[in-house]
Design a protein around this ligand. Structure first.
Ligand code: B12
Length: 464
């Protein structure tokens, strides 16, 4: 019998898109909660859905003695989490939901079957909540900071906010033994030739980008001590022998002094592992780029969003187009690959902004780039601003914030043309640099012309 069973709604094998990507990482949030509670004497297990099926989880919930079920939810897993909640309730479990989404949709999750919604970091809250749940009384729950629940009359009760964990070094490392980490590493290795796993060195991002969710960590930024991180890295390398790692921080390069100390400690212990991470362009300078290269960084992801300064400013991104160009150059000159994340369709974006983005990517010429059509995540300033004009085509429990679209937005077809034009323009620019082969260039130029015509001709079709 467990005190708590933790799970999440990500079923890689039941998601055709994820099966094409095959780059799974263990859910660190619930593994942190698991290790913390275990260290406090609670009996905690994890049902890792990544390699399992919804049917297997349902069977588990229906056949095991019910206790408390804790579920991680983000905007992509809403639908499966709602289904898990329904099964859990019928099977007699008490359900608690946490993670980046439930705090923004408290009533919806409670009405979908959750008994409690936890805001923010779950470690200390769950430590107090598990005993309070034993009492089965709203009075006991009311004393637990950082949660919401419905009282007997169906009124929403939200307790006082919980203060954030000030000393991340006091936390136990994620309970990786609660899941099959070797299978994660092997899945990567089998599909991509390199086995990977992830860890974090900090929590929270202090920047203000209007579309980004700060639901869990607010705008704080708390770092672990470099020595403690290196201890974990050393243990990970010795225990799981990955070929690379992913440092899953929001912005790994925020603090250059920290980076220096981390690199020195890795060097002192003779540790070196290829890795990828995310940065902001303004947090990369020659010294930081040197440190990344020295540490084994082979790819840096740069949140670039748009090539139009007007749009970057509207997003309150706090970065200039020129900084992104120079960050890409800094990485390239050190042999580090670059990946750019781009966003179409942010408020106010016009054709000239799209052209500026295409020009930006052509000039920067990153190794990889991904585009998304902007969507407002509940709880963000972007959502607040667009809330009155949002179109939701499907019911809440069958959709996600990714499907929310502000009225006046151009059509999916338009953004499809923008994507193809971007890809073709970048390819053309590369070909122009590499060859003088007239025919291939000619063909690509024609394609680019045709795509630009399609883009411009669909630009006036907007959602009503
Ligand atoms: C790593 C990461 C990924 C990775 C892998 C995820 C993984 N399995 O590790 C990849 C690249 C695959 C990814 C993809 C996406 N991601 Co992502 N990702 C992250 C990132 C940077 C770190 C996650 C992490 O490890 N955090 C560290 C742990 C300690 O924090 P935590 O998970 O939040 O857990 C704490 C609390 O939430 C709480 N908690 C968590 N679970 C539970 C459960 C219970 C019961 C309780 C009580 C509490 C609780 O306690 C935990 C410990 O304190 C976060 C941002 C961030 N800094 O968290 C975004 C983030 C989670 N991602 C986000 C998004 C939007 C996406 C994508 C949709 C992006 C896209 N456009 O495709 C996809 C969706 C993927 C999917 N199918 O689910 C958003 C989610 C927003 C939302 N409201 O849901 C975030 C918050 C980024 C952001 N700021 O906007 N992501």
């Amino acid at each position: 019998m467990t005190d708590l069973l933790l799970t999440h709604g990500y079923f890689m094998y039941e998601d055709p898109k994820e099966l094409q990507i095959l780059k799974p990482y263990a859910p660190l949030g619930i593994l942190y909660i698991c290790s913390h509670l275990r260290s406090m004497g609670f009996r905690v297990e994890v049902f890792d859905t990544t390699f399992s099926t919804m049917d297997a989880l349902k069977r588990h919930l229906q056949t095991e003695a019910p206790s408390v079920l804790g579920i991680y939810a983000n905007l992509m897993t809403r639908k499966t989490v709602v289904e898990i909640l329904r099964t859990a309730r019928l099977a007699g479990w008490t359900s608690v939901v946490g993670g980046p989404e439930p705090g923004a949709y408290v009533r919806e999750y409670l009405e979908a079957g959750a008994d409690v919604v936890v805001f923010g970091e779950g470690e200390a809250t769950m430590e107090e909540l598990l005993p309070a749940l034993q009492c089965k009384s709203p009075a006991a729950l009311s004393k637990v900071a950082g949660i919401a629940f419905l009282d007997e009359a169906g009124h929403l009760i939200q307790t006082t906010p919980r203060t954030q964990i000030s000393d991340l070094d006091a936390l136990a490392w994620p309970a990786r033994d609660a899941v099959d980490i070797r299978r994660y590493v092997e899945t990567w290795r089998h599909a991509h030739g390199t086995g990977s796993l992830s860890f974090i060195t900090a929590r929270g991002c202090p920047y203000h980008c209007r579309w980004c969710s700060h639901q869990v960590f607010g705008k704080t930024h708390r770092r672990r001590k470099p020595v403690g991180v290196v201890d974990e890295v050393q243990w990970l390398l010795e225990t799981y022998r990955p070929d690379m790692v992913w440092i899953a921080d929001d912005v790994f390069t925020i603090h250059h002094g920290w980076l220096r100390a981390y690199a020195a400690e890795m060097h002192k212990r003779g540790l070196h592992v290829p890795f990828e991470c995310i940065t902001r362009a303004d947090r990369l300078n020659p010294e930081a780029a040197d440190l990344l290269a020295e540490l084994g960084c082979f790819r840096v992801w740069i949140g670039s969003e748009s090539g139009s300064q007007r749009i970057l400013d509207a997003m309150e991104r706090g970065v200039t187009v020129a900084q992104v160009q120079s960050a890409v150059d800094l990485c390239k000159s050190r042999g580090i690959q670059t990946g750019m994340f781009l966003m179409w369709g942010y408020e106010g974006e016009e054709l000239q902004d799209i052209e500026a983005t295409i020009d930006h990517v052509k000039r920067a010429d990153p190794d990889v780039f991904f585009t998304t059509v902007a969507y407002p995540i509940k709880g963000t300033p972007y959502y607040q601003r667009t809330a009155d004009s949002l179109i939701q085509l499907k019911p809440w429990n069958q959709s996600s914030d990714r499907e929310l679209s502000p009225r006046g937005r151009r059509s999916p077809e338009f953004y499809g043309f923008a994507d193809r034009l971007l890809q073709n323009e970048v390819q053309l620019a590369r070909l122009q640099r590499a060859t003088s082969d007239g025919e291939a260039l000619q063909r690509l130029r024609q394609q680019v012309r045709a795509l630009r015509e399609c883009l411009y001709s669909t630009s006036s079709e907007v959602t009503a």
